[in-house]
Design a protein around this ligand. Structure first.
Ligand code: NAD
Length: 504
């Protein structure tokens, strides 16, 4: 196996390989995709441009591994042990993996380090669940029958991930998939594949049999589409944009595959006049400037009650002005670069759209030169007021540090505006009134509602979207059900079968 360890070599050009059947291997095309460090602007690595042949090799390995008694005959308790071992290895390598993510996607080291330290919890939690997948014995209403259900894995799972948190998404998807006894082929984003390819080494080191975990880098329309279409893939679990999710869903329908979709959002973050305004201001900033706004749960529509609108805005501007843009490897940095040039252009174009629509720019509003950065991919934290909910800036996902502030009069209007969007991933509510909080948690059409907090996650808390934000849930006990199918078993002790022409 070729070693591609990063230790102390992050400043040299790295070459990665696909990970198929327990081995690092080149793409059959011999072609590469270059990875750019969004802060320095340097090409720092190249990853294979995987194609349909490579996908076929990876799915073939995953299928053989699924059928091989080394995996299929392994006890669920033993699977759980391997998963806990992997969690330990991730923890041991947390610093290195966090630095690798920062190099590839430009997110802050302070966030990525915390994320990598927390990441093992998914392996521990689902490793613990592996041997608690229980069927039921039914109090069956038929004479002479003993009937029970059992849960079985689906087969080969394709895990297709977005560029903003590649390793976290591996844990969210692969921990329940492997706990359930499936095998996986991961297809990370073409922009940030290095960490997922590197991660495969740890899976091997943990002792998983060859072929259980495979990683194919490549473009979505190429390797991604081939993976979705492959007849031996039983399930697709996808994180990315709603447009890609829709294509994947359509394509999966042709072969009646299982699908989970974690898609985009345009989440309302709603502040009432009775809220703790200091907390709410921090919550608004966390919602939109955390992760440089490149997060699916971005609280990109800030709804402020009109009685406190001006005061709240003053406070928000004060905090936003203190945000330090800079090197994402510096723990003092608050806002890093946008991950890709395409995304940078998209964010800038939405700022222009908002101006043309008549929204009032009150802060930021353009690209920004940061000393020491050669990447030219910084966007100023940007705030628009006078936004109405029918504007594109209030309806479409920007995926960058651009906030739309909308006013509302009362609860009814807040709920109406909050829900008047095609997405339903998350929402925030800031209030001291517990009855109001309860009314909103019920009324808001979102998979997650945070009250007096924002961007909180846990391995035990289901996460996913309503409406155009997706299907299925990740994390929490129920997530494992998305990787299982139920089988109903009937045992009969009857000594004769009555009339064979009617339903029993
Ligand atoms: P994207 O949809 O462009 O790409 C996501 C992945 O899908 C990549 O690996 C890409 O190569 C692959 N892909 C693209 N088209 C494909 C196709 N036709 N067939 C198979 N694979 C294909 O998204 P992105 O730009 O990488 O990520 C940003 C988006 O992801 C945003 O919309 C964001 O909200 C969303 N996101 C959602 C969550 C969540 O949990 N709900 C989390 C993070 C990001």
């Amino acid at each position: 196996m070729r070693q591609v360890s990063l230790s102390n070599r992050l400043n040299r050009m790295e070459t990665y390989q696909l990970f198929i059947d327990g081995q690092y291997t080149d793409s059959s095309s011999g072609e590469w995709i270059e990875s750019m460090d969004p802060y320095s602007g340097e090409i720092w690595a190249r990853v294979p441009k995987g194609n349909a042949d490579d996908v076929d090799r990876a799915v073939g390995a995953a299928k053989r591994a699924f059928e091989n008694p080394e995996w299929s005959g392994m006890s669920a308790s033993q699977r759980g042990k391997l998963m806990r071992k992997l969690g330990d290895l991730v923890l041991e390598n947390a610093d290195r993996l966090a630095a690798l993510e920062v190099k590839d996607n430009g997110k802050l080291i302070s966030e990525m380090k915390a994320q990598m330290m927390y990441h093992p919890e998914w392996w521990y939690y689902f490793g613990g669940l592996a041997d608690k997948i229980e069927g039921s014995i039914m109090p069956i209403d038929k004479k002479d029958a003993f009937s029970y259900t059992m849960y079985e894995p689906l087969g080969v799972v394709a895990a297709i991930t977005a560029w903003n948190s590649p390793l976290l998404f591996i844990a969210w998807k692969c921990a329940p998939a492997l706990a359930a006894g499936n095998t996986v082929v991961v297809k990370p984003s073409e922009f940030t594949s290095a960490s997922s390819l590197e991660y495969a080494q740890l899976v091997k080191q943990a002792g998983f049999p060859d072929g259980v975990f495979n990683v194919i880098s490549g473009y979505g329309v190429d390797a991604g589409a081939a993976l979705v279409d492959h007849p031996d893939v039983a399930k697709i679990t996808f994180t990315g944009s709603d447009l890609s999710g829709q294509k994947i869903y359509e394509s999966a329908a042709r072969n009646i595959k299982h699908v989970s979709l974690e898609l985009g959002g345009k989440s309302p973050n709603i502040v009432f006049e009775d809220a703790d305004l200091d907390m709410a201001v921090k919550g608004a900033v966390a919602g939109i400037f955390g992760a440089t706004g490149q997060t699916c749960v971005a609280g990109s529509r800030l709804l402020v009650q009109e009685s406190i609108h001006d005061e709240f805005l003053d406070r928000l501007l004060e905090l936003a002005k203190s945000a330090k843009m800079g090197d994402p490897m510096d723990v003092g940095t608050h806002i890093g670069p946008i991950t890709t040039k395409q995304q940078f252009d998209k964010v800038i174009s939405y700022i222009e759209i908002a101006k043309q629509e008549g929204a009032k720019l009150v802060f930021g509003g353009g690209p920004c030169q940061v000393e020491g950065s050669g990447g030219n991919q910084f966007v100023e934290p940007t705030i628009f007021t006078n936004v109405s909910n029918d504007m594109r800036i209030a309806q479409e996902e920007v995926f960058g540090p651009v906030l739309s502030v909308l006013k509302f009069k009362d609860e009814e209007e807040a709920i109406r505006i909050g829900n008047d969007v095609v997405y339903g991933l998350a929402a925030g509510v800031w209030t001291h009134d517990i009855r109001r909080a309860m009314r909103f948690t019920k009324a808001l059409k979102a998979g997650t509602v945070w009250v007096n907090t924002y961007r909180a996650f846990s391995y035990m808390m289901p996460f996913g979207g309503m409406k155009r934000s997706g299907l299925g849930r990740e994390s929490g006990v129920a997530a494992i059900r998305d990787y299982l199918q139920v089988k109903s078993v009937w045992l009969s002790t009857a000594t004769e079968l009555p009339n064979p022409f009617i339903l029993r």
